[in-house]
Structure formats: C-alpha cells, structure tokens
Design a protein around this ligand. Structure first.
Ligand SMILES: Nc1nc2c(ncn2[C@@H]2O[C@H](COP(=O)(O)OP(=O)(O)OP(=O)(O)O)[C@@H](O)[C@H]2O)c(=O)[nH]1
Ligand SMILES: [Mg+2]
Length: 485
C-alpha cells in the first residue's frame, strides 16, 4: 500500500455522508449548524422523556407498607417475618447477630426474678397467708446463694448493652419506663444498681449493631462474637451464661420463686423476650438462634427503619415489585415520627395486641394498653391523609390472650362491655374484631374495605399465610391504582 494512502479499516462511510458539501456557502453552513443543533435538542428531549418514563415506571412498581401500633405490639417482629419469607438468605445470615439480644433478654428475665425476690418478704409457703410485715429476711439461704452466684450477670448486662449500642449512640440507652428494680445483690452496690434501673435497651434502626456478621462458633468450641468493632472476639457473655446455665434453670424452677412471681402477678412467660424455658439450649457454647428465636427476641425500636425487598418468591405477575416496609418506634414519644410517612404509603398494617387488656403502658402506667390501641386505631382510621390507604388490622398476641383467658383471667373484669360472653379466645377475638371494625367504619373519612386478622406473629406457620394474603391484596390494589391491571 503506498505511503499516505488510507487502509480499509480507516475508512468510515459515514464520514463521507456527514461531511459538509465541498461548495457550502457561509449561509448554508449556518443553516446546517442550526439544523444540527435542533436535531441534538430533539434527541436530548427524547432521552429525557424516556428517562422520566422509566423513573415513573419504577415508581409505579414500588409498594410502600407502613407498620404501626403501640410499643411491644409486634411491628418489628412482623418486619422480621417479611424478611424471613422474602429475603431468607439475608435473614439466615443475620441470625447470629440476634444472639446478643437473646442473651440480654435472658439476663433481664433473671433480673426481673431477683428484683421480685428482693422486694418481698414472704411468710412460709404452707401458711397460706398474705405478705407478712416481718422485716427479717425469709428468703432461704440456698436461694440467696443462688442469687450471689448469678452476680456475674450484672457485668454481662453492662457488656451486652455496650455491645448493642454503637459508640456515639448514647441516647439509645436512655431511660424508658419499666417497673423492675435492679438487685442482683440484695444489699450491696445500691448506687450502681440505681444507675441501671428502669432502662429498656433500644436501638435505632439502621444503626451499626448489626454492622458486622459473626462467623459462628470457633473451632475450639468457644463462641466468638463480633461487636460494633467488627473484630472477632471471645463471646464472654455466652461463656458466662453457659457457666450460669444450671443456676438460672434452678432459679426459674424454684418453688418459692414461682410463688413470689405469682403473688406479684408477674407472668414472665408472657413478657417479651422470654427464653427461660430454653436456657440449656440457648446458653450452649455453639448456640445459633433459630428462626423462631429471632422472632421471639425483644429489642425496642426508636426511630424509623425502612426495609426494601423484591417479592420474587411465588410473586407471579407482581414479580419485580419492590417493597418498602417501614417500621417505626411505637412508644408514645415516637408517635410524631409516624406522620411524615403518611402521604406516600400504599397500605398500613396496624397491630393491636389484644392480650394487653389487663396491662398498662410501660411509658405511662396510668394508661391501659388496650385503651391506648383503640385510641391509636381511631386516630389512624380518621386521618385524612390516609383516607385512600388500605388499613390492615392485626389483632395480635392472640396466643397470649388465649393463655390469659385459659388461666382464668376474666376479660369482662377489664372490658365491662364484654358482659357475660364466654371467656374464651374465639368469642373474645370475634368481639374485638367487631369493635375495631365498627371504629373503622365510623371514623374512615371515605368508605373502604376492612381487613382484620387475628394473629400471633411469633408463630411462623400461621403468620406466613396471613402475610401472603396481605401481600396479594396490597399488590392487587396497588396495580389497580397504577392502572396496570
Ligand atoms: N407470644 C407472642 N409474642 C409476640 C407476638 N408478637 C410479638 N411478640 C413479642 O413481643 C415482643 C415485642 O415485639 P416487637 O415486634 O419488638 O414490638 P414493636 O411493636 O416493634 O415494639 P417497639 O419497637 O417498642 O415499638 C417481642 O419479643 C416479640 O417476640 C405474639 O403474637 N405472640
Ligand atoms: Mg420495634
């Protein structure tokens, strides 16, 4: 090929076409440039409109679901259920992180027992009398020794709180109402006890307590743990709990302890984060929380968290729909944080724990829990911003309601209007359903359908079915509103 001539590869046929004509006048050139600029403008406008359309399309396939209800109503548990069902591998990977929460739950249960023992003087069990004024200690020596042997749990409690609450999240340990009084040692360390009393540990969603994934038990059988530092260390809490395991079991099965709890009307089994019937399993050195354990663990929420997932499993035509599920803190001080989420939500699951008919709020002991749920439900039903939003009601903690009614607690004593209806779960849940449904009908600014379920969201089997129906209902309504159906 002669030097200077173009190879076939260098030849671009478009060059020839796009080249300005050789005899182009200045006027023609200006016209051509103006035409090219106009063509670029139109092409850019088309690109922009395609982009906007894509974004709009994307927006249409996002379903926003808000979880509302008072504290301890089961919002975060419901969220964990969604995670378990729709992003199971992520849920599995995170199970180990819940071990610290479960450890803390156990330590707190033990503390509740010891507090109860410290504040009561009992006559001998077989005397059948009421509490005595006798100031001499009546707790048997073995029980006192048991308490002493459980003293290391005080240190573990502090350790766990430090581990769960990220550095700089001081507020996360702030005081919230709780009735128990700390007393691992009945007459020692009073001042340090005082600093721990009346706290319930909470975390802000999205905070770093889940920041690092633990790698499970070490080869030498000793448990490891990743705290907020992300560095694997010995899991001291698990080791101490393992060592104290037999003593915790003995304490929980002690006849006098049961009597004290009965007299103080502390039904530990019905309180959140109850693991005392599983101590042996849960304190094993190689313990990894099961799905059920994660759902039963208790960690209070403060603030708002958003969980995103794609409902791919068995989702049929809604495949690819992105769900954004928002979980809020439920205690009274948190209610104002709910409102900003009202104007952009497709559906709400409102949880009313109907087992709370004989309980008061932790943050305000003058308010009955059921009454508080009814007031919140009224407020949500009547809110104009939510007039077009589907409300799904979970009358939750039906398992606890059932066990309370079976144990002989009479609903009509707390809910006068219940009258002489049978004191059983079926009648009671129907009764509550009709009351909440009537409020929904009466207070909704526009007519809308009522979706009410009796739930026990710690029960994986029944809840999976309910959440699938809710999902289908919400997606159907969502598609209809997006005019895609
Ligand atoms: N037995 C039983 N326990 C439940 C049920 N629902 C929730 N729980 C337990 O109750 C406790 C509180 O539930 P959460 O989901 O943390 O409550 P929450 O509404 O998120 O509470 P806040 O974060 O304080 O607003 C947890 O230990 C749950 O395992 C239920 O239906 N039955
Ligand atoms: Mg919560």
């Amino acid at each position: 090929m002669p030097p200077g001539s173009k190879s076939a590869l260098d030849f671009d046929p478009l060059d020839e076409v796009l080249k300005p004509p050789p005899n182009e006048t200045e006027e023609d050139r200006l016209i051509r440039l103006a035409q090219e600029a106009e063509a670029r403008r139109i092409s850019h406008a088309i690109d922009e409109s395609l982009k906007a359309e894509r974004q709009q399309q994307k927006k249409k396939s996002v379903v926003r679901l808000l979880l509302l209800g008072q504290s301890e109503s089961g919002k975060s548990t419901t969220l964990r259920h969604f995670q378990r069902l729709y992003t199971p591998s992520a849920f599995r990977e995170e199970r180990i992180l819940w071990r610290s929460v479960i450890q803390l739950n156990i330590v707190r249960s033990v503390r509740t027992i010891i507090d109860a023992l410290s504040s009561i003087r009992l006559p001998p069990i077989d005397s059948g009398g009421e509490d005595s004024d006798d100031s001499s200690p009546s707790i048997p020596q073995e029980l006192d020794l048991l308490k002493m042997r459980l003293t290391p749990l005080r240190h573990i409690e502090a350790l766990l709180i430090a581990k769960l609450i990220p550095p700089g999240e001081d507020e996360a340990a702030s005081v919230v109402g709780c009735s128990s009084v700390s007393a691992y040692q009945s007459h020692r360390s009073r001042s340090s006890e005082r600093s721990w009393r009346t706290q319930e540990v909470f975390v802000r969603p999205g905070a770093t307590w889940k920041g690092a994934l633990a790698k499970g038990p070490r080869k030498d059988g000793r448990p490891t743990s990743l705290g907020n530092t992300g560095i694997a260390t010995r899991d001291e809490a698990q080791e101490v709990l393992h060592t104290c395991s037999d003593d915790i079991v003995s304490l929980w099965h002690d006849k006098l302890v049961r009597e004290v709890l009965r007299r103080r009307k502390i039904r530990l089994e019905e309180l959140p984060g109850f693991f005392l019937n599983d101590v042996e399993r849960v304190t094993a050195l190689d313990y990894i929380p099961s799905d059920d354990d994660v759902l039963r663990a208790r960690l209070k929420t403060v603030g708002v968290s958003e969980y995103r997932c794609e409902m791919e499993a068995a989702a049929g035509r809604e495949q690819g729909t992105e769900w954004r599920i928002v979980d809020v803190g439920g205690s009274r001080s948190q209610v104002p944080t709910w409102v900003p989420f009202f104007d952009d939500v497709d559906a709400i699951i409102f949880l009313a724990p109907i087992s709370g008919f004989d309980q008061v709020l932790a943050e305000d002991r003058s308010v009955n829990r059921l009454e508080d749920s009814v007031l919140l439900w009224k407020a949500v039903c009547s809110n104009r911003l939510l007039a077009n939003v589907d409300l799904v009601l979970f009358l939750n903690k039906c398992d606890i309601l059932d066990s309370k009614l079976r144990s002989g607690i009479r609903l009509s004593k707390y809910v006068r209007s219940y009258g002489d209806r049978p004191n059983d779960l079926e009648t009671a849940s129907k009764y509550f359903r009709s009351k909440f449904s009537a409020i929904h009908r009466e207070y909704s600014p526009l007519p809308r359908k009522f979706y009410g379920f009796c739930t026990s969201v710690t029960d994986t089997t029944t809840t999976a079915g309910i959440l699938a129906s809710v999902r289908d209902m919400v997606v159907r309504r969502h598609l209809k509103q997006s005019r895609l159906l």
